[in-house]
Design a protein around this ligand. Structure first.
Ligand code: NAD
Length: 493
């Protein structure tokens, strides 16, 4: 904890054409550190002119970049991976400073993002193309071709990992990329830009446009942007998806979540209690894979007791970082107050936290566990996005799955059990894209792709793995008729 180094980044700009470039906008955004409640940087709130300039730069870089063979493009990913590894501490400190993660959480998130970089190094094999003789003397060859200039819009909660879901696949497949990072946590995206340049990426292939609503709307509207990937809340995901696709763009927009963990009495006591806590409290509950509802089937009191024991040993600053902003802290606390008023039993109360020494000004909230929640209460239905676990009790597995199935989101569902039959039933009936069996955060590892269902995603396909590659490319099919051999070739046969 004490290892987090305070840093001032001053006035940061956009990254365009391989260097920092001043924005045309006269608006700036203040970047606060949730550990210190202090401004550590400003970034421009870019306007349409800034975006248009970045798009022109990216368009100019496209021809040469897309014609470079895929081996050379992926070679840059090998270098990029090496640079990320060498600078793990530097990048983790930046993430911790503007997002509030612990250094361990920040490093883990970088390692997860790096898996996509590693997958991108394998694209010469993945994209080797298909070719066969489809009729006598006629061959068909199918290749993945880049789209052109594409864009990504990312949330505050994984400031390096989520951009890394997009950048490696988009650019290694030959596109030029514009990233609009969260205005709350923009600093690691700029560092990634520096690393990519060091890795040998040609100028203009990757650009960072800082900003907020105007920049996002510009990305949706700009006629020369071919595809938009978005990760953030469902409301905005829906807006970005509708606006981009109505103008003919390809879009994949990942939204919010309300993930459920089904707990049955035969579950392993220790690993289940740890799993429930890690899933709901990791990244202080600020992640789309956090399971914030535990549905206890029948008598699971022994597991809840163990969960509370584990929770009481959590240390702020070591096991859990801060909330991203003061307003988020207030919003989350209101959910807890409201649930208590409605009759929740507060098993663990994080509302009077003990901040770590030296970080007293931070936006802290401790582990909070609420029991005997009704499935129609706001804390059970809405995405709280904080370290709050709501426990609902049911008598049967059917009732538990009704609750899970009725929630409008669909990112992840987990089940804790030692029964193969229960595990299979839950994995077959869960209404979500990612299912965990005795795993509370079932993030698929590359090359398996990441993506939810229902209101957790607008668009088709997933953001990583082969599905991500499909998103950033078009298929080209070349059918060729080869003429019969004629003189003078015949004499050689
Ligand atoms: P957010 O939706 O507020 O912001 C995401 C991006 O949209 C940011 O870049 C922001 O500048 C932009 N934006 C915000 N409001 C906008 C508006 N009105 N018009 C245009 N652009 C706008 O999300 P957040 O608070 O940064 O992140 C948390 C959310 O992201 C949670 O809902 C979480 O579940 C979700 N998330 C989902 C996934 C996933 O894989 N499904 C992953 C990470 C986070």
């Amino acid at each position: 904890m004490s290892d987090i180094k305070y840093e001032q980044f001053g006035e940061r700009q956009n990254w365009v054409n391989g260097k920092y470039e001043r924005s045309n906008s006269d608006r700036n955004i203040s970047v606060l550190s949730p550990y210190f409640d202090q401004e550590i940087a400003t970034v421009p709130d870019s306007n349409y002119e800034d975006l248009d300039h970045a798009v022109k730069v990216a368009s100019s870089a496209f021809l040469e970049w897309s014609r470079l063979n895929i081996r050379d493009r992926s070679e840059i990913m090998f270098q990029f991976k090496r640079i990320i590894e060498a600078n793990l501490n530097e990048l983790a400190n930046i993430i911790a400073l503007d997002n509030g993660k612990t250094l361990d959480d920040a490093k883990a998130s970088i390692m997860r993002g790096k898996e996509v970089v590693e997958y991108a190094t394998s694209l010469p094999n993945v994209l080797k193309g298909d070719s066969s003789e489809v009729s006598n003397g006629i061959t068909c060859t199918m290749t993945h071709e880049p789209l052109g200039v594409v864009a990504g819009i990312t949330p505050f909660n994984f400031p390096a990992m989520v951009p890394l879901w997009m950048i490696p696949l988009a650019i290694t497949t030959g596109n030029c990329f514009i990233l609009k990072p969260s205005e709350q946590t923009p600093l690691s995206a700029l560092k990634i830009a520096e690393y990519l340049k060091e890795a040998g990426l040609p100028d203009g292939v990757f650009n960072v446009l800082n900003g907020s609503k105007e920049a996002v709307e510009g990305i949706c509207d700009h006629p020369s942007i071919e595809a938009v990937a978005f990760v953030g809340s469902s409301n905005v995901a829906n807006i970005v998806y509708s606006r981009s696709t109505s103008l003919g763009k390809r879009a994949l927009c990942l939204g919010g979540a309300k993930n459920h963990m089904i707990v049955v009495p035969d579950a392993d006591l220790d690993s289940t209690a740890k799993g429930l806590l890690a899933s709901s409290m990791g990244s202080a509950g600020q992640r789309c894979m956090a399971a914030s509802v535990a549905v206890g089937v029948s008598d699971v009191d022994h597991i809840i007791d163990q969960l509370v024991n584990e929770a009481n040993s959590y240390v702020l600053g070591k096991d859990m970082g801060t909330i991203v902003s003061k307003s988020a802290l207030e919003r989350i606390s209101e959910y807890i107050d409201e649930a208590e008023k409605m009759g929740a039993k507060v098993l663990v109360d994080g509302r009077s936290p003990t901040p770590p020494k030296g970080y007293e000004e931070g936006y802290w909230l401790g582990v909070t566990i609420l029991d005997h929640i009704q499935s129609d209460w706001p804390c059970a239905k809405e995405e709280i996005f904080g370290p709050v676990l709501s426990i609902i009790r049911t008598n049967t597995l059917e009732d538990a799955m009704k609750i899970e199935n009725n929630n409008p989101y669909g990112n992840a569902t987990a089940v804790f059990t030692t029964s193969g039959e229960v595990a299979r039933t839950i994995s077959e009936t869960a209404s979500s894209g990612m299912v965990g069996i005795n795993i509370g955060v079932p993030v698929p590892r590359e090359p398996y792709s990441f993506g939810g269902w229902n209101e957790s995603k607008y668009g088709h396909g997933d953001i990583t793995g082969k599905s991500g590659v499909e998103f950033w490319t078009n298929l080209k099919k070349v059918t060729a008729r080869w003429p019969e051999s004629t003189e003078p070739w015949k004499k050689y046969f």
